[in-house]
Every structure is written in structure tokens, then in C-alpha cells.
Design a binder for this molecule. Structure first.
Ligand code: PHE
Length: 339
């Protein structure tokens, strides 16, 4: 009999209940009117005298253990029910967190930044709402200069001196005003032009412009830098520089990269020539250096500027520039694994 009691004691101590039903079954089994404890207490009177003491004590121990266990499990279940009512089942696996994707413009911008950082260029930024001086006048585009029409500008109506920057050359003016040469910096950022929105052009887009100023910087340095860049970004190192005009550079050039004519898409995007125009560049006009407080007799430099959106369209074969600003997740999530 005493052995049986000890087994019950072990069972009680090991008992665990996940549900209120299991706990109630335990209560009935041990503490109920017809439970084990009642049976043992009833048996007490038939136990031989010399064993009575030990038996009685053990039954008491079992009773205390069963009561304590029941109280403890009851409290635990109650607190779990309260937590669940408040927070739901905390043991359930979490809801999956959707993983976002980088925007193609960010992807391309970061690649360009990383290529130029690798050859010593810093990254500089400036305001999107600019004044006339930094966007135009300092860049050799005084008031009434006809070349101002090259970039259709959004003005703030109440103040003709304030506008939305049409290029990030404005950041380079700010940078030159604040830093002494040698200067090596690129300026990524959003720019605005008052153009009709179509599949090929938008009223805002993104640029990276670059500036290098030091003693003895030549056009050969410019060409070499651009060649290094196009090789790194597109894997193509054949470029050509076509004479062009920008008010802030002299001489100026348009940069074409040889894309190739292997696939039908190559024919389409290069209009059958194999060449793609990717940026403008030139030697910084001495007037611009002087406007920004840099001695043009001592220093020379080159500048270049490219549109990120167009390059993103090219690299990812996106057919319409408007897709870049529509924020359609079906479009954006395709860049989850893009580099
Ligand atoms: N700022 C010019 C543009 O936005 C690009 C450019 C930059 C051209 C630097 C030459 C030198 O079109």
C-alpha cells in the first residue's frame, strides 16, 4: 500500500496539464469525492497500528502535493488564457515579413557611386529647390542667355530667383564654393524639367554629375575616367566623344558607348547604329571656376553628367520611364534579386 502511495506521489509531482480539461481530470482523480485521496484516507482505519503513522504522513504529503500542483497549474492556465485573450497565441509561428526590394534607380545610382568611390570621388548633395545663381548664373548662364532654354525650368511663381534644379551641376557650384582643389566629387540627385511626360521622358528624373579639379587636369584624364567607368558599369570599354555644347564646359562633348549589334534589342535601342548616348561632359569653363572662387590660371578640371533613369531603362530593359515612378509593387518586386 505504501509503495502504491509513493508511486502516486511521483505521478503527481511530474504531472503537467496543457488544457483546463486535463487539469480537471487530475483534480477528480486525486482530490474528487471518489478520488485516490478519499480512498487512501478511508483505508487508514484498516492499516495495522505500527504502520499507521508512516501511512498517515504519506497520505498527507500526497494530499498537499496534489493540492499544490492543482493550484499551480490552475494559476498557470489562467494567466495563459489571459495572455492569449490579449495577444493571441504567443507560441504560434510569426506572420511572414514580406521582404522589400531596392528601386532600380537606387540600384543603378549605388553602382555608379561605388565605381567612382573606388577611384577617389566623394559623394556630395544639395537642395532640390535652388536659386538662380547655383543652377544657372554661376554656370556661365547669365540671365537672358539663350542656352537657358536647353533645360525647361520650373520656377516658383512668386519668386523668379527660386526654381527646381534642372541638373545637379548646382551641387558642384556649391561644392566649389566651399572646397579648395583638388576636388573629386560626384553629385547624385533628383532633377526637374518642364517636359511633357511620355514613355521616354519625365518632368523629374535622376542624375549623377561628376567634377574633378586639380592642377594640370586634361581632356585625356576625362576620357580615361569615362572609359574606366563605362567598362565598370556596362562591361563595355569602347566609347566615343562627339563635340557638343554646354555653357559650363569648353570644349564639351557627348559620350557614346559602343553597345553592339548582336540582338534585336541592340538594334532597337541603338537605332541600328550600335552606339548609345549616355552622358554629357567637358572641361570646366574657366568662367565657372572663377565664379566659384577657384583660380582658373592655376587649376583646370573636367565635369560630366548622366541620367540614372535612362541607364536603368537600358540595363533592366524597362520599356517605359513612367514605370519608375508609379510605385506598382508588381513592377518593383521584380528587382528583389537584382544587383
Ligand atoms: N548638366 C548637364 C545636363 O544636365 C550635363 C553635363 C554635366 C554636361 C557636366 C557637361 C558637363 O544636361
Amino acid at each position: 500500500m505504501i509503495e502504491e502511495l509513493k508511486k502516486h506521489l511521483e505521478a503527481v509531482e511530474a504531472f503537467q496539464a496543457d488544457t483546463a480539461e486535463a487539469l480537471e481530470a487530475f483534480r477528480i482523480e486525486y482530490l474528487g469525492k471518489k478520488g485516490h485521496l478519499s480512498t487512501f484516507f478511508a483505508a487508514l482505519k484498516d492499516i495495522p497500528k505500527e504502520e499507521k503513522k508512516e501511512f498517515g504522513q504519506t497520505v498527507n504529503t500526497l494530499k498537499n502535493a496534489a493540492n499544490a500542483k492543482w493550484e499551480a497549474l490552475k494559476a498557470e492556465l489562467e494567466s495563459r488564457t489571459a495572455t492569449e485573450a490579449r495577444y493571441g497565441d504567443l507560441t504560434r509561428p510569426g506572420a511572414p515579413m514580406p521582404v522589400g526590394s531596392r528601386h532600380p534607380i537606387s540600384l543603378v545610382r549605388d553602382q555608379i557611386i561605388s565605381i567612382f568611390s573606388g577611384i577617389g570621388f566623394t559623394v556630395s548633395e544639395g537642395p532640390e529647390i535652388e536659386d538662380d545663381w547655383h543652377n544657372f548664373t554661376a554656370l556661365n548662364l547669365p540671365e537672358y542667355h539663350p542656352a537657358r532654354d536647353m533645360q525647361d525650368t520650373f520656377f516658383i511663381q512668386t519668386d523668379p530667383d527660386i526654381l527646381l534644379r534642372t541638373h545637379t551641376s548646382s551641387v558642384q557650384v556649391r561644392y566649389m564654393e566651399q572646397h579648395k582643389p583638388p576636388i573629386r566629387t560626384i553629385s547624385p540627385g533628383r532633377v526637374y524639367r518642364n517636359e511633357a511626360i511620355s514613355a521616354r521622358s519625365h518632368c523629374f528624373f535622376h542624375q549623377v554629375e561628376g567634377l574633378y579639379i586639380d592642377k594640370g587636369v586634361s581632356f585625356a584624364d576625362l576620357k580615361q575616367t569615362l572609359q574606366y567607368f563605362t567598362k565598370a558599369l556596362f562591361g563595355k570599354s569602347r566609347i566615343r566623344l562627339r563635340p557638343s555644347y554646354f555653357p559650363f564646359t569648353e570644349p564639351s562633348a557627348e559620350v557614346d558607348v559602343y553597345w553592339g549589334l548582336e540582338t534585336e534589342t541592340d538594334y532597337k535601342i541603338t537605332k541600328g547604329t550600335g552606339w548609345l548616348e549616355i552622358m554629357g561632359c567637358g572641361m570646366v569653363d574657366p568662367n565657372v571656376l572663377e565664379n566659384c572662387g577657384i583660380d582658373s590660371k592655376e587649376y583646370s578640371g573636367f565635369a560630366f553628367g548622366m541620367g540614372i533613369d535612362r541607364i536603368a531603362l537600358l540595363l533592366y530593359q524597362i520599356p517605359d520611364i513612367r514605370l519608375l515612378s508609379e510605385n506598382d509593387v508588381r513592377f518593383l518586386k521584380q528587382f528583389k534579386n537584382a544587383l
